[in-house]
Design a protein around this ligand. Structure first.
Ligand SMILES: [Fe+2]
Length: 135
């Protein structure tokens, strides 16, 4: 079973952004699958760099719409993005230096951050974006 199952509770009602979130879900599920089969160490580095590069693409896409539509909660939202990038970059640095072992805590941090951010923060822009014609 997947660690994160995609369902409507994760949808932000904007197709492009849902697709990007689904990619992030796939990456975290991949790490989980690899850990279950004892291959966490082999894929951790790849997943962390993949997350850093794909969240960059994804956060930029969201932030482009914030700017375009003058989204009022942009500043606090962007702060969450910055904090996440910092955290994952720290994981990557520590993993490469041998200071981060492949642990369930890291996996659960990624899962909880993504789900919490989508449900608690991203969903706040759904009706705003929809009203601007973005869906
Ligand atoms: Fe976001």
């Amino acid at each position: 079973m997947s660690l994160i199952a995609w369902d409507d509770s994760l949808s932000v009602n904007v197709a492009e952004i849902d697709r990007q979130h689904q990619k992030l879900v796939v990456m975290i599920n991949e790490l989980h699958d690899a850990m279950k089969s004892g291959k966490g160490k082999d894929v951790m580095g790849k997943i962390l760099s993949g997350l850093i590069s794909y969240t960059d693409t994804h956060f930029k896409a969201e932030e482009k719409y914030f700017a375009q539509f003058k989204y009022p909660d942009a500043a606090s939202h962007i702060k969450e993005h910055v904090a996440f990038v910092k955290k994952v970059s720290d994981f990557q640095r520590d993993f490469e230096a041998g200071r981060l072992t492949v642990s369930i805590d890291t996996l659960y941090f990624l899962r909880d951050w993504l789900q919490g951010h989508i449900k608690g923060t991203d969903k706040k822009y759904s009706s705003f974006f929809n009203e601007k014609g973005l869906r």
